[in-house]
Design a protein around this ligand. Structure first.
Ligand SMILES: Cc1cc2nc3c(=O)[nH]c(=O)nc-3n(C[C@H](O)[C@H](O)[C@H](O)COP(=O)(O)OP(=O)(O)OC[C@H]3O[C@@H](n4cnc5c(N)ncnc54)[C@H](O)[C@@H]3O)c2cc1C
Length: 384
């Protein structure tokens, strides 16, 4: 076994960490308070090469391995969940399906601008009545001559309505299979297509500076060629995309846990009560020890899942485990960190309250913790 990161991966970690400290930390709290998606930091993240990280250079990507992408996401999440969400959704959910299932024309058309961060692409799976039960999609696409006609809606879609959103991959019911089950296919819909409207969702507790949207399709016509991959393969494509996406949610959990830990360590040394830095009270020092232990376990689990993926081995079970564990570790670390901050931890000025809020999305998005346990229990053979 070799637990060392390569020199390139270490350099990447350092440069993304410096970037996040310099460009994101100073603005994160204000953006969160104003519920504002920042086009300025988005542009800078694009310039740094944080989009299309695992995409081949042929399509304008960075041609890196998956673990490099995960390290970058972890480092951004160490400072701010909203920015990490923009990157994770942009790469795994936006770029991923186009890169892995798109034909040559689709890749050449969309990927170059997505890989520079000039544009974003959304992943339209969830519907008002199809969340965990994602195959219950009610959005329809009917073939009419050379066009698909879409009707329906999607909800909670990250990067769905930013000014630079170029379009969305939309899971639609395109027919009924011989066994009576729905035939589901993915269709690409470009922003600005007549009949396609988006609405930005406000009032989130989490990821307040990330763009979340509702998508509406009303007799929305797109060319027949906008089908992604094979007709009827849509649900499979979406689930495969989520396997990779779970690693990036894991990275957000790991980074957020590390960020909470770092804030707690700093404050614990600075705050003096009973003539002693509070971190030296054993109960607090033990809490820090527990956090360090869980973060280490989370990192090993997540990086192992990435290693499996990078080495073309099955990684679905490990991805679900890493997503589940890293997100729950962040919940525990953020809770400990707020506790260690006492009353100050409840004030926005101390940033740790943002971590406390943002962690909650991670046990819900891209498959809830209950769904991860369902996936894992199936894969370890509980229901054979
Ligand atoms: C900020 C944000 C961003 C998001 N981004 C995207 C995106 O980009 N694209 C996208 O398609 N979706 C996105 N989502 C949607 C997200 O993936 C769903 O919210 C999530 O899958 C859960 O679905 P739901 O909210 O409908 O909850 P439900 O499925 O209604 O679940 C409610 C509760 O019931 C539990 N439950 C459901 N089924 C079972 C079961 N079989 N066994 C045990 N418990 C069960 C769940 O675990 C949960 O606790 C986003 C959501 C948010 C909040």
């Amino acid at each position: 076994m070799d637990f060392n990161l390569s020199m390139e991966q270490e350099i990447l970690r350092n440069s993304v960490r410096q970037f996040a400290e310099k460009e994101i930390r100073p603005v994160a709290r204000q953006l969160d308070e104003k519920e504002e998606f920042s086009y300025d930091t988005m542009r800078k993240m694009g310039e740094l090469g944080l989009f299309g990280m695992f995409v081949s250079e042929k399509y304008g990507g960075q041609g890196m391995d998956y673990i490099s992408y995960i390290i970058a996401t972890e480092e951004i999440a160490r400072i701010d969940g909203s920015h990490a969400a923009t990157i994770a959704a942009g790469n795994s959910l936006g770029i991923g399906p186009l890169y892995y299932f798109g034909n040559e024309d689709q890749k050449k058309k969309y990927l170059p601008k997505l890989c520079t961060g000039e544009t974003l692409w959304a992943f339209g799976l969830t519907e008002p009545n199809a969340g965990s039960d994602a195959s219950n999609s009610q959005t329809t696409a009917v073939l009419d001559g050379d066009e698909w006609v879409l009707n329906g809606s999607k909800i909670f879609i990250t990067n769905g309505s930013a000014d630079i959103t170029a379009g969305a991959t939309v899971l639609c019911k395109t027919g009924t299979r011989p066994d009576g089950r729905p035939e589901l296919s993915c269709i690409l819909v470009e922003s600005g297509t007549p009949g396609f409207e988006t609405r930005t969702m406000h009032g989130k507790m989490v990821w307040r500076a990330s763009n979340t949207s509702e998508l509406y399709f009303s007799d929305c016509r797109v060319p027949k060629t906008n089908l992604l991959g094979l007709r009827g393969n849509g649900f499979h494509q979406m689930m495969q995309t989520l396997d990779g996406g779970r690693l990036s949610i894991g990275a957000m959990g790991l980074g957020g846990a590390q960020g909470s830990y770092d804030l707690a360590m700093k404050y614990g040394h600075e705050r003096v009560q009973f003539d002693q830095p509070i971190i030296q009270f054993q109960v607090n020092a033990f809490k820090m020890a527990d956090m360090a232990l869980e973060i280490e376990c989370a990192r090993l689990l997540l990086y192992k899942a990435c290693w499996l993926r990078d080495n073309n081995k099955p990684f679905g079970k490990e991805a679900a485990m890493a997503k589940l564990y890293c997100s729950e570790v962040m919940g525990r670390c953020a809770d400990h960190a707020v506790q260690l901050h006492g009353g100050y931890g409840l004030m926005k000025e101390y940033n740790v309250e943002r971590f406390y809020r943002d962690q909650k999305l991670l046990t819900i998005g891209e498959g809830t913790s209950e769904v991860q346990r369902l996936v894992i229990s199936r894969l370890i053979g509980c229901y054979n």
